[in-house]
Design a protein around this ligand. Structure first.
Ligand code: DHB
Ligand code: MG
Length: 223
């Protein structure tokens, strides 16, 4: 049964409204989306409102070193980078060389290239080469490898580090514990790991809007 509260057309319209009333529209981010579309990247970036939320997480936590797993065309990377204080840095990992090239041009377009360290390769190969700690980790890559990304996020953390996973709701499919969808299973694995680790306090928040029904998991690393 459909409810007006979660009608996708209505929630997309609300995102448009929020973009206007909150001044989320941004010519640079629009140009990033246009470049991504021209290069054939899938339009699975975070929304404008979600990108602003990620930026606010950086501001709220005072993060100076941010790790992103999964850059795609770098939309969220730019949102994170813009919120950094002077001297801050985002290390972002992208497996697809073609996507990384698009992202690199987008970082230059946004004037953020000097604070983004883009590593090209499979994240599970790149992560062991990084030095922690990071203050905030945003996990937004292939969902199948979420357990490995969870391990590395923790290993590269310090007490107080914020860990964010994207796409943990998947149109509600996450609640289907018998799901055969590997993406859903990856999201479920991330939630189980976040919920059961003795050093983590975690939650997940469902979102609707231009990107449909999905959500973010959030956790803070304790002592
Ligand atoms: C998918 C991945 C994402 O990171 C996202 O934000 C939306 C969809 C996907 O693989 O389907
Ligand atoms: Mg995502």
């Amino acid at each position: 049964m459909s409810h007006v509260e979660t009608d996708p057309a209505v929630s997309a319209k609300v995102d448009t409204y929020l973009g206007e009333v909150l001044n989320l529209t941004d010519p640079v981010l629009d140009a990033v989306l246009a470049a991504n579309a021209a290069a054939g990247l899938p339009p699975i970036d975070v929304s404008a409102a979600q990108g602003r939320m990620l930026a606010l997480f950086v501001a709220m936590t005072g993060a100076k070193r941010v790790l992103e797993i999964g850059a795609l065309g770098g939309y969220s990377t730019i949102c994170l980078a813009r919120a950094l204080p002077a001297g801050g840095q985002v290390v972002t990992i992208e497996r697809e060389a073609a996507h990384a090239e698009v992202a690199r041009r987008n970082f230059e377009r946004a004037g953020m290239a000097d604070r983004i360290d883009l590593r090209v390769g499979a994240a599970l190969d790149v992560l062991p080469t990084l030095e922690g700690p990071f203050d905030l980790v945003f996990v937004d890559a292939d969902k199948l490898n979420n357990p490995g990304y969870f391990d590395w996020a923790l290993r590269l953390s310090r007490p107080g580090t914020t860990i964010v996973f994207d796409n943990v709701i998947r149109s509600g499919a996450v609640a289907d514990t018998g799901s055969a969808d590997p993406n859903v299973q990856g999201s479920q694995a991330a939630l189980r790991l976040l919920g059961n680790h003795p050093r983590l306090r975690a939650t997940a928040i469902q979102t609707v809007g231009a990107k449909g029904w999905d959500g973010f998991a959030l956790a803070v690393v304790g002592e």
